[in-house]
Design a protein around this ligand. Structure first.
Ligand SMILES: [Zn+2]
Length: 317
């Protein structure tokens, strides 16, 4: 019955309509995450009675039952693009992923891997054996990082991180070469390989114009071109000159138009103005500051059809 009904649902608002009436007493939908497909943000939702999860358009702010324990959000089989696998037991998982699903996904061992080993699962080995790219990305507020992406995940990997500006600076034959180049470049340019969500939110709270952040990246690429080339070539990668720019998706540009934002407190309804990675920006009342909600932090909890009554002093973060 559910499988039939869900086929016509394409937005989160439409999904919420299903919560009314008799279905409210039925099994609830769970928020499993934010993904970017064809340059558009989508929310992944699922429920235990369905073998497959679903993607819906993030048209309204997702609200979840925050008091509920988090369950496992499943895993991605990276041997096939965009294949999400639901948890076989929907186990409780404080981090959003149970041990079994983390093991099946097999990505924990990859972050430290610089060469093939038997510890890396076959589907991850296949993923790593394809061409990769090295990029530099600048986020709101000016924080800049280096990162890597498999060629088949361009541009989704950067879309899901929400930078203001980014450029691909090197190509590598596989995931191991690109990781060596990433480590060398991070050291040579004193750049981090990770920008925490809290730092991204802090950037959105500042009145920094996107142009200022774009200028930071452009100057870094100009000033470091020779060092960048030496570093990536010494690691066995091919320098991309001039750097190949990543373009900001429309939804993310709309999110940046709403800055500066305030952190959302309590829970509230509103239409989505835009997303920067997994950060939803909403302006429920004209003339009031826009709000920022980290949807990634809400993963693994049941979706609500309307905001939950909570203490307004309680922060979402
Ligand atoms: Zn699991």
């Amino acid at each position: 019955m559910y499988a039939y009904r869900i086929q016509s649902v394409t937005t989160l608002a439409a999904l919420s309509d299903l919560f009314s009436g008799d279905l409210q007493t039925e099994e609830r939908w769970l928020l499993l995450g934010v993904e970017w497909h064809s340059r558009e943000p989508r929310l992944r939702v699922g429920k235990a009675s369905l073998a497959q999860s679903q993607l819906v358009t993030a048209d309204v702010v997702p609200n979840v039952a925050r008091a509920s324990a988090r369950v496992c959000c499943g895993w991605y089989d990276v041997s096939k693009p965009d294949l999400h696998v639901t948890c076989d037991a929907w186990r409780p998982a404080r981090t959003g992923q149970c041990e079994q699903c983390a093991r099946r996904e097999g990505f924990r061992s990859v972050h430290l891997a610089t060469e093939l080993s038997k510890d890396i699962s076959h589907h991850v080995q296949r993923y790593l054996s394809q061409p990769h790219l090295l990029y530099i990305a600048t986020f709101p507020g000016g924080t800049t990082k280096v990162g890597t992406v498999a060629a088949e995940r361009v541009p989704a990997r950067l879309d899901e991180q929400g930078p203001v500006a980014a450029a691909y600076v090197a190509e590598a034959s596989d995931g191991f070469v690109v990781r060596r180049a990433e480590a060398e470049l991070a050291s040579a340019l004193s750049l981090p390989k990770v920008v925490r969500t809290a730092r991204k939110i802090a950037g959105l709270r500042e009145s920094v114009k996107p142009n200022a952040s774009r200028k930071i990246l452009a100057e870094l690429l100009d000033n470091s071109a020779a060092l960048l080339q030496r570093t990536v070539e010494a690691a066995g990668a091919v320098h991309i000159n001039p750097p190949r720019p990543w373009s900001v998706p429309a939804s993310t540009a709309a999110a940046f138009d709403e800055t500066p934002v305030q952190l959302a407190t309590g829970q509230f309804s509103g239409r989505v103005a835009g997303l920067a990675g997994s950060l939803v920006i909403s302006r429920p009342v004209a003339g009031k500051p826009a709000r920022c909600i980290d949807v990634g932090a809400l993963r693994g909890r049941p979706l609500l059809d309307r905001p939950e009554e909570v203490d307004v002093r309680q922060t979402l973060f």
